[in-house]
Design a protein. Structure first.
Length: 484
């Protein structure tokens, strides 16, 4: 951690973001498991600031509620009217001073719509600010195409920033500059407070521009510098859905690269999507078409995919999960899931267990080595160890008003097409016959048969369906000569 702990980080998140064309406030749009402002708050927290203030305005109740959920220690300052970035920062500082906070040190100002910004880059900004003894330090970036951006103009001898020139005001020589302003700054706190009181509104927008602070402190004889971001893509702001998708792609690439460098095999990064909160162990494998979301973890030797979507799911060592949707589930070591399984919240698969093709589970605990191989629904159930559930079985857990529990013991063998009408218990080592509807408890070691006796009615087709294809086939079968 840097020794240059900021006195405050101010996050500007008051704008409406009309170009998103959404009922959702811009800073609450999500990518890779966090909101835009959530990414910025997380990066800011890496600096361990003494104070973290988010300036809110548009839809402030929603934004404040979201912030309280992701970081309860964040302060918010309300900018009731959007009167510019300088006014927004002044609103944040007034919120702090009104709470008795006296700022002394560095104030870092970041934008709430820059989700690719890292804590490392912000730390480097703070370190440069302190090392160069600047009054203001601009986070800049060198971009391939600077069209439309404000250019950083430096003193050729000292490297100090002498101006930020907007593209429309730049001459040919200045337009050739590829170093641009990111809108992220580090300020000396006391000089910032003083300069904000001198910012004027005599501009085309009638707003208080934060960038005017740079000219004010420079005219007072203080130094303005810049710190160049290592990757220019970090400073990208989000203003529309196209930019949101691009940022998601870039962040996803960053997350996958980190995973691969840590020992994870990602077979096709272009078709694999993960959230920032996903955790891997070495030698996990992710196959194409897979989404890993929320607090999902994948242990050593596990294989996930192809075409799996796991949310808040823990995959144990050596487990195999393919063509599966899972949410809030635990998949034990060596378990096998899929294809086309659906694991709903509360599913807990024991080691070396199986949830096979077209199996759905919910709030179910499955013991070690137990298999539910085919076409079954297991809900509100506990199944012991090394039990086999026959194909097309249904745990009938809902009576129309309440859910009920089914318990199946260890080393049981249940037949295909069974209905277990909860609440019911199948004892250890018990068997149930195919086609049974189990409504009563089955003692350990017993065979339960709960089905009607078969009765064959000879000649029914000839009498009831005369002339039909079935009748003709039956007649032909009766007339076939016996084999030699």
């Amino acid at each position: 951690m840097s020794a240059n702990r900021p006195a405050a980080v101010v996050v500007l998140a008051a704008g409406e973001g009309t170009r998103m064309k959404s009922a959702t406030p811009k800073v609450l749009h999500a990518l890779c498991g966090r909101s835009l402002v959530g990414h910025v708050v997380a990066a800011s927290r890496e600096l361990d600031p003494q104070n973290l203030v988010v300036v809110v305005g548009h839809a402030r109740e929603q934004v404040q509620a979201h912030l309280a959920g992701i970081d309860p220690d964040v302060r918010t300052a309300v900018q009731h009217e959007q009167k510019g970035t300088g006014h927004a920062v002044r609103t944040a500082l007034e919120e702090l001073s009104g709470s008795g906070v006296v700022l002394d040190g560095t104030v870092i100002v970041v934008c709430g719509d820059t989700p690719l910004l890292t804590g490392e880059t912000l730390r480097r900004l703070g370190d440069t600010h302190a090392a160069d003894k600047n009054a203001v330090t601009v986070l800049s970036a060198e971009v391939p195409d600077a069209t439309g951006y404000g250019r950083i103009v430096r003193d050729a001898d000292t490297g100090a920033v002498t101006a930020i020139v907007e593209h429309k005001d730049a001459g040919d020589a200045q337009r050739a500059i590829r170093e641009i302003n990111s809108g992220v700054f580090a300020f000396d706190a006391r000089l910032l407070v003083d300069a904000l009181g001198k910012v004027r509104t005599d501009n085309s927008q009638g707003e208080e521009y934060l960038t005017d602070v740079l000219g004010i402190v420079r005219e007072a004889g203080h130094r303005v510098g810049a710190a160049v971001a290592a990757d220019h893509r970090e400073i990208l702001g989000i203003n529309n859905r196209v930019q949101l998708a691009e940022a998601r792609r870039l962040l996803n690439e960053r997350l996958l690269e980190r995973a691969m460098l840590a020992g994870v095999t990602v077979v096709d990064p272009a078709s694999t999507f993960i959230d920032v909160s996903v955790v891997f162990e070495q030698d996990a494998t992710v196959h194409p078409g897979t989404q890993l979301l929320g607090a999902t973890s994948v242990a050593t030797g596990a294989e996930v995919g192809p075409h799996a979507r796991l949310t808040d799911t823990a995959v144990g060592a050596g487990a195999v999960v393919s063509f599966t949707v899972a949410e809030g589930a635990r998949i034990g070591a060596g378990a096998n899931v899929g294809p086309y399984a659906y694991l709903r919240p509360g599913t807990d698969l024991g080691p070396k267990s199986k949830a096979g093709a077209y199996v759905e589970m919910k709030n179910a605990s499955i013991g070690e080595g137990t298999k539910v191989p085919h076409l079954s629904y297991v809900g509100d159930a506990t199944i012991g160890e090394f039990t086999n559930i026959g194909a097309a079985s249904v745990f009938v857990n809902y009576d129309g008003e309440a859910k009920h529990h089914t318990t199946v013991g260890s080393h049981c063998r249940t037949g295909s097409d069974n209905m277990f009408v909860a609440p019911v218990t199948i004892g250890d080592g018990a068997y149930t016959a195919a086609g049974s509807v189990i409504t009563k408890d089955v003692p350990p070691g017993s065979l339960a048969v709960a089905r009607g006796q078969q009765r064959n009615i000879e000649g029914w087709v000839a009498r009831k369906r005369p002339g039909s294809a079935a009748a003709q086939a039956a007649s032909a079968a009766r007339q076939e000569p016996e084999g030699e």
